[in-house]
Design a protein around this ligand. Structure first.
Ligand code: NDP
Length: 246
């Protein structure tokens, strides 16, 4: 495994599910991690306890990625304390499912605000720091529904498609500064995100996957670590699918 010591990574949604595995991977690889969570202080405390052996490398911060002022304060703190960052993983995401005809404006807006505006706010601040060092890796966690669509997820699919468009555009803007910007697109991954769905529905979804199983958070985290590594220097503006063949 590549050694990331001396590199600082900011990871959103860092204390549960896919983000928890991503954070774990970077800590094991020697990186310093600033891990963000929204409001689940219990999960954050448990994550910190389980990773106490990495204590000097790990800082958890409660920060709503959809809030411009909270993201600005976070990056002001980071600049003061650590000067810059090498890696940003925009993993925080929510879903508020409803068929479009019945979707409330609030359901639409919450998902766009967290998944898409959050990615914009975080990437903007990160790029300003990364440009100083002429180095950076930005990895956005999108979803196959961005191009497939999925009933009940017009808000979510639009937010994830927007992330891909943002990724491809930003990749072109910062390529000369040696900053790469990519997406990882997980298929069905067994986390709280889908575990709350109806069990029969989950069985149907499993049948849709050619590998006939859901993926693990670890399998997604390994793809993220690869894109952040020195083995991925010429990869930018792409989407890496981790979906069992969907
Ligand atoms: P989880 O629901 O398990 O975890 C979501 C994480 O995002 C939590 O840590 C949560 O914080 C954090 N979060 C939510 N809203 C905000 C916010 N406004 N600001 C900061 N953090 C926030 O989800 P997964 O781990 O399954 O999903 C992670 C990413 O992967 C998401 O972007 C999701 O869309 C994407 N994805 C997931 C798939 C799956 O099947 N699981 C499939 C395809 C994509 P807190 O703990 O405080 O609530």
């Amino acid at each position: 495994m590549e050694n990331f010591s001396g590199k600082t990574a900011v990871i959103s949604g860092a204390t549960r599910g896919i983000g928890g595995a991503i954070t774990h991977n970077f800590l094991e690889a020697g990186a310093r991690v600033i891990g963000l969570y929204a409001g689940n202080t219990e999960a954050a405390a448990l994550f910190m306890e389980e990773h106490s052996r990495f204590a000097p490398q790990l800082e958890l911060v409660q920060c709503d990625v959809a809030s411009e002022s909270q993201v600005a304060s976070l990056f002001a703190m980071i600049e003061e304390k650590y000067e810059s960052i090498a890696i940003l993983v925009n993993n925080a995401g929510i879903r508020r499912d409803a068929v479009l005809a019945l979707m409330t404006t609030s359901q639409w807006q919450q998902v766009i605000d967290t998944n898409l505006t959050g990615t914009y706010l975080m990437a903007k601040q990160a790029v300003l720091l990364m440009m100083k060092n002429k180095y950076g890796r930005i990895i956005n966690i999108t979803s196959p529904v961005a191009h497939m669509g999925f009933p009940g997820q017009a808000n979510y699919a639009a937010s994830k498609a927007g992330q891909i468009a943002l990724t491809k555009t930003l990749a072109k803007e910062v390529a000369k500064k040696k900053i790469t910007v990519n997406c990882v697109s997980p298929g069905f991954i067994a986390t709280d995100f889908i575990n709350t769905l109806d069990q029969e529905l989950l069985l149907e979804y499993k049948k849709m996957v050619p590998m006939k199983r859901f993926g693990t958070a670890q399998e997604v985290a390994d793809a993220v670590l690869f894109l952040a590594s020195s083995r991925a220097t010429y990869i930018t503006g792409t989407v890496l699918d981790v979906n069992g063949g969907l």
